[in-house]
Design a protein around this ligand. Structure first.
Ligand SMILES: [Zn+2]
Length: 318
């Protein structure tokens, strides 16, 4: 540890702090008693006696023992915010950036801060939900609790595997499948500067899944409207013609439906626009919405298997 290159943190440098924790080049002067109160892991770190003799192996920074931690300064600072600013840090009503929640979950897991871990995961699970109805509210995009970018997907995938939240792994990998090839292959730099890159096994998984989703999307676009009007329809000839026309027209078919976002609301919007345009009646719309839901739900239930993920906690659909 090269102490001459350290920079004191602007917020976490308490004049009465009694230990300096060093994360990368960041130095945090904090209180042993406060950190120990929250985490047994910190208690153990501090329990190692600090010799006071000048020739001791423990390095000193401004007269205090300096203890290195293997975390990034970015992550560690967010952890200190959570410990010093209390539960309010997570309980305010605004969406919290994914990078902050990921830092908190990663370090809460490492330092065994169960309440903090569950608070961070509770927010993350609202986006990376295993429940289809919950997930499809934003289809994996930002909501009232979490703000995120599409490029957060790889970090999310690694984080959920690390902390053992297997229920959130499939939607994170699905989000990885939606990234541009460049990000999938070369990885993405996360907020603390670490490169998040899929290993070769996960890369293969991701590419296989992408191929499957693209094929499924094409299949859905060809077959979704291969259907008779609703049994409750009172204008069957008109609706049958409307469905047939759209099926053969530019709104459907493989030309515009080549994508990996098979679980998006594409077919829901298509059905709604058909009713708005007068092609189908309300009963036929309801039938198409049920059909769309049932086809996507079937895919959803098989998502871990389709992505060759094992040991996943996932709804069974029974
Ligand atoms: Zn109808």
């Amino acid at each position: 540890m090269d102490l001459s290159e350290l920079s004191k943190d602007s917020e976490f440098w308490f004049h009465d702090g009694n230990v300096v924790l060093v994360a990368q080049r960041g130095a945090f002067r904090v209180h042993r008693s406060i950190l120990s109160r929250h985490s047994g892991v910190f208690s153990n770190i501090f329990a190692i006696p600090v010799p006071s003799t000048p020739d001791s192996s423990t390095e000193q920074f401004e007269g205090l023992p300096a203890i290195p931690v293997s975390d990034s300064a970015h992550d560690f600072k967010h952890l200190l915010h959570a410990l010093y600013d209390g539960s309010n840090y997570l309980k305010h009503g605004e969406p919290i950036p994914f990078a902050v929640l990921a830092a908190l979950a990663r370090l809460a897991h490492k330092y065994q801060l169960d309440e903090l871990l569950s608070g961070a995961c509770g927010r993350l699970a609202s986006v990376f939900s295993a429940d289809f109805d919950q997930w499809r509210i934003t289809c994996g995009a930002s909501n009232a609790l979490v703000s995120l970018e599409s490029t957060d997907a790889i970090e999310a995938f690694h984080l959920f595997s690390l902390i053992g939240r297997t229920d959130m792994v499939p939607t994170a990998l699905y989000a990885c499948c939606q990234l541009p090839f460049r990000d999938i292959v070369q990885g993405v730099v996360r907020a603390d500067g670490t490169l998040e890159k899929l290993d070769s096994e996960d890369l293969e998984r991701c590419l296989h899944a992408r191929e499957f989703f693209t094929t499924s999307f094409a299949w859905m676009s060809l077959t979704f409207l291969d259907v008779e009007p609703s049994v409750r329809c009172t204008r069957r000839a008109l609706c049958a013609e409307g469905i047939h026309k759209v099926r053969l027209g530019p709104l459907s078919g493989p030309d515009i439906c080549q994508g990996t976002q098979i679980l998006s609301d594409h077919f829901l919007f298509l059905a709604k626009s058909m009713e708005t345009d007068g092609c189908i009646c309300g009963e036929c719309l309801a039938m198409l919405l049920r059909r769309q839901y049932s086809l996507l739900q079937k895919l959803w239930l098989g998502l871990p298997m389709l992505m060759q993920l094992e040991g996943i906690e996932w709804p069974s659909g029974v």
